[in-house]
Design a protein around this ligand. Structure first.
Ligand SMILES: Nc1ncnc2c1ncn2[C@@H]1O[C@H](COP(=O)(O)OP(=O)(O)OP(=O)(O)O)[C@@H](O)[C@H]1O
Ligand SMILES: [Mg+2]
Length: 211
C-alpha cells in the first residue's frame, strides 16, 4: 500500500497546490508518486496538463495523476495505492466529504500556513478534523520570512498548543510560482536555487515522519 500524504488547509491560497506539485516531483526521484487533485478548481490538473505538453527529452520526473473525486474517491485511492508508493492529495479550501475521505486515508497531513495569526486560525478546522480522524498533522510555514518576530511568535504559540510544526519552511520565492507556471517542479526548473534548497529540506524532513 502506498503512503498517503494529504495537503489540507481551509484557507485559500495557502500553498497547497504549489506544495503538491513541487513535493511530488521531489519524491518522484526515489518513489513511484501519484498526485491526486480533489479540488474542483483543478489547478493541479492544469499544472499536470502543462507538464504533459513538454518534450519528453527534458528528462522530467514521472508522475501518476488523477482527479477522480466524489463517490469514486475511495476506490481510486485503492487503485492508486496498488500502483504507486506514494499518493499526494491536494485538497480544496473547503471542508467537504472528499476532504474528510482524504484526511481519513492520510498517513501524514501537511498543513501550510503563512506565519500570521489569520492563517493559523484558518487552519484550526483542518487540525480539528485531523485530530478527529487521529491522523498526524504537521503545520509548516509557507511564504515565510526567515527570521521574523512574527514567525518566532507563531512557532511559540503552535508549540504551546501542543501542535507539530515542521522546522523546514519555504520562503516567498518567485521560483516556486515560475516553475509551477511552466508545469515543472523546482527540482526540475532550478534545483540549485534557494527555493530548490528549501524544498529539498522540506521533503527530507517530511520523509522522517513517514511510516
Ligand atoms: N512559497 C511561495 N513563494 C511564492 N509564491 C507562492 C509560494 N507558495 C504559494 N505561492 C503562490 O501563492 C498562490 C496560491 O498558492 P496555491 O495555489 O498553491 O495555494 P492553494 O492553497 O492551493 O490555494 P487554493 O486554496 O485556492 O487551492 C499561487 O499564486 C502560488 O504561486
Ligand atoms: Mg489549490
Amino acid at each position: 500500500m502506498a503512503v498517503i500524504l494529504t495537503i489540507a488547509q481551509q484557507k485559500g491560497g495557502a500553498g497547497k497546490t504549489t506544495l503538491a506539485a513541487h513535493l511530488g516531483v521531489a519524491f518522484a526521484q526515489t518513489r513511484r508518486v501519484a498526485l491526486l487533485d480533489i479540488d474542483p478548481q483543478k489547478s493541479l490538473a492544469r499544472w499536470f496538463a502543462l507538464r504533459e505538453q513538454l518534450p519528453a527529452a527534458k528528462g522530467l520526473a514521472r508522475l501518476g495523476f488523477s482527479d477522480v473525486s466524489g463517490w469514486r474517491l475511495g476506490a481510486e485511492l485503492d487503485r492508486l495505492g496498488r500502483d504507486f508508493d506514494m499518493i499526494l492529495i491536494d485538497s480544496a479550501p473547503q471542508l467537504t466529504t472528499d476532504s474528510r475521505t482524504a484526511m481519513r486515508a492520510a498517513d501524514l497531513v501537511l498543513v501550510p500556513i503563512q506565519p500570521s495569526p489569520p492563517d493559523f486560525w484558518a487552519a484550526e478546522g483542518t487540525l480539528r478534523l485531523a485530530a478527529e480522524e487521529r491522523r498526524p498533522a504537521y503545520l509548516m510555514f509557507n511564504r515565510a520570512a526567515s527570521a521574523s518576530r512574527l514567525r518566532q511568535g507563531m512557532a511559540a504559540e503552535i508549540a504551546e498548543r501542543g501542535l507539530s510544526l515542521l522546522e523546514a519552511a519555504l520562503g516567498n520565492r518567485a521560483g516556486f510560482a515560475n516553475a509551477f507556471a511552466r508545469g515543472l517542479g523546482i527540482d526540475e526548473a532550478a534545483p540549485r536555487s534557494r527555493a530548490g534548497a528549501e524544498l529539498a529540506a522540506l521533503a527530507a524532513e517530511i520523509e522522517t515522519h513517514l511510516p
